[in-house]
Write a protein that binds this ligand. Structure first.
Ligand SMILES: Cc1cc2nc3c(=O)[nH]c(=O)nc-3n(C[C@H](O)[C@H](O)[C@H](O)COP(=O)(O)OP(=O)(O)OC[C@H]3O[C@@H](n4cnc5c(N)ncnc54)[C@H](O)[C@@H]3O)c2cc1C
Length: 505
């Protein structure tokens, strides 16, 4: 068996892992990154190439409140960002609603009777709110009323999560639709009726994320960013082992060394050693490899994930619709969202006379959708596209299916306590094991958050102590220092690799 050593081993070449590798390489720390995918870096933020048609897993907007992250994006891709107008609509009950909502159009689509019903239902929710809302249903009904909940939130959310809104934690709503209530949505809807490109702002000027009107995007998709990051890491001497899955992990406290087993598709194995390990692999899988009390293993087993299928259809028509994506709230079809990749960037489609759409299906690994054949999924997508009326089946001339395991960490009633339990055990027993990223920390967040956890973890390793509380990074990639107030200043002077990391294996 081959043996390799680096100061830091990183599991996963997605945004979190590659950001750590990049920061560490810049500080002269040696890294080996193990990536299960044989070809593509970027993880869920990769870009798929099907016969020259480029698409990403879900469509990745680049937006961050953190200047540090925006600066890093520009450092990695100085010439390749384009600014894209955001256009998205909701399809429900055979009608399209602009999203963010346009007040007059919504009124017209819903009809006056339904609109009055929505207002009365909202007033009722204000007089009789759910005290301490625990579920997604209760939280949204408090903000918008029961009727608007059922039209604009229930069906789509249940498609995404595959469970009732009564079983989804209110945390998720509070995080994902933070800052949005009926008043700000209506104010925005009115503004959109009068001035369609108005920027979504709250009174205090803070931008509401769900209502943003334009976004940045790499001209050939988010994978461009991660290809660039991987290239820079390699140029600085960092190793990235593609097609290598972490299958074993143990720690020798006497030598202060981690031992990792990487397995390739042909069954060949390599043993790696490192002083620190950064993991963006799903917590459930990682914990299964570690020597920990039964309580930690049981907590990891309770963590759940939602999986995701993109059926990309090539359509023989140049301009199907202007939206970047359309949310499909309509319960009659299974598709949850439809991406129009040309609207993300014209360079995603190699032939100007064709379009490429991504029909997105949310599912659980092993369920009927996940196990359906590609032919069946392509047929379903063609049928549903025609049913919605966006293109005829005959116009769909080609297509492919991409399955993404563990696209979403599930926020159910038990996830928070489970993550706390696992975290407690890991910090007590394995301080040189660092969890980062989305599934790595079981946090339903975007690239910028994953990157920030990667940056702070690298800083902690370089400093040789946990200056930053990586778990404190919130979904806006904001963070607070965990240690003493001068930590940031102290960190600036830490450019040398600590002695601990310079010891050879
Ligand atoms: C549908 C959808 C839409 C999204 N839209 C946006 C958006 O608009 N904007 C945005 O910023 N973000 C968006 N995101 C979120 C974004 O994709 C993630 O936040 C980001 O990719 C997380 O990065 P990560 O590095 O933590 O994890 P991942 O992207 O999951 O990367 C982890 C990597 O680790 C590898 N790995 C896992 N286990 C092992 C193992 N045992 N051994 C070796 N390698 C392993 C995986 O192959 C993968 O490459 C979206 C996500 C989804 C699902």
């Amino acid at each position: 068996m081959k043996r390799e050593h680096a100061d830091v081993a990183i599991i996963g070449a997605g945004p979190a892992g590659l950001t750590s590798a990049y920061q560490l390489a810049k500080a002269g720390v040696s890294t080996i990154t193990l990536e299960a995918d044989p070809v593509r870096v970027g993880g869920i933020s990769r870009t798929v190439d099907y016969k020259g048609f480029l698409f990403d897993i879900g469509g990745h907007r680049f937006f961050s409140k953190s200047q540090e992250i925006v600066a890093l994006w520009d450092e990695l891709l100085p010439d390749d960002f384009i600014e894209r107008p955001r256009m998205s609509r909701i399809y429900y009950n055979d009608r399209f609603y602009s999203y963010p909502l346009n007040a007059f159009e919504a009124l017209n689509n819903l009809g006056y009777a339904e609109s009055v019903h929505c207002v009365l239902s909202f007033l009722k929710s204000q007089v009789f709110p759910h005290h301490d809302p625990a579920t997604f249903h209760q939280w949204v009904a408090n903000q918008f009323g029961e009727r608007l909940f059922s039209i604009f939130f229930k069906t789509y959310t249940e498609k995404v999560w595959g469970m009732s809104c009564d079983d989804i934690s209110a945390d998720w709503a509070a995080q994902r639709i933070k800052g949005l209530d009926l008043w700000s949505a209506m104010a925005n809807a009115l503004r959109n009726s009068i001035r369609p490109q108005a920027v979504a702002e709250k009174k205090d000027g803070e931008v509401i994320k769900t209502l943003i009107q334009s976004f940045r995007y790499p001209r050939k998709g988010p994978g461009m960013m991660w290809d660039a990051a991987a290239r820079r890491v390699r140029e600085m001497g960092g190793a990235i082992e593609m097609g290598t899955t972490l299958t074993g992990l143990s720690h020798d406290p006497r030598r202060g060394l981690w031992s990792l087993e990487g397995t390739r598709a042909d069954g060949s194995k390599t043993r790696y050693t490192a002083h620190d390990v950064i993991s963006s692999a799903p917590i459930r899988e990682l914990i299964g490899m570690l020597d920990l009390p039964a309580e930690a293993h049981a907590a990891a087993e309770r963590l759940k994930y939602r999986d995701f299928i993109t059926v990309a259809l090539v359509v023989d028509r140049p301009d199907l619709f202007p939206d970047n994506w359309i949310y499909i709230h309509e319960p009659k079809v299974k598709v949850g969202r439809i991406q129009n990749f040309r609207s993300w960037s014209p360079e995603m489609v190699p032939d100007a006379s064709l379009s490429c759409l991504g029909l997105e299906y949310f599912c659980f690994e092993g369920d009927g959708l996940w196990t359906a054949t590609d032919e069946d999924l392509l047929a379903l997508a063609r049928r549903e596209l025609a049913e919605i009326g966006l293109a005829s089946e005959a116009e769909c001339v080609d297509g492919c299916v991409v399955r993404q395991k563990k696209a979403y960490p599930v926020y159910d009633e038990t996830y928070k306590a489970s993550v706390e339990t696992i975290r407690g055990h890991l910090e007590a027993r394995y301080p040189s094991l660092h969890l980062v990223g989305r599934n790595g920390m079981h946090k339903y967040n975007n690239q910028d958050h994953a990157m920030m956890t990667g940056i702070l973890t690298a800083k902690n390793i370089i400093a040789g102590e946990p200056i930053y509380d990586v778990w404190g990074v919130n979904e806006d990639a904001e963070y607070h220092e965990a240690g003493e107030s001068g930590a940031e200043e102290a960190l600036k002077s830490v450019r040398m690799v600590p002695e601990r990391l310079r010891r050879s294996a």
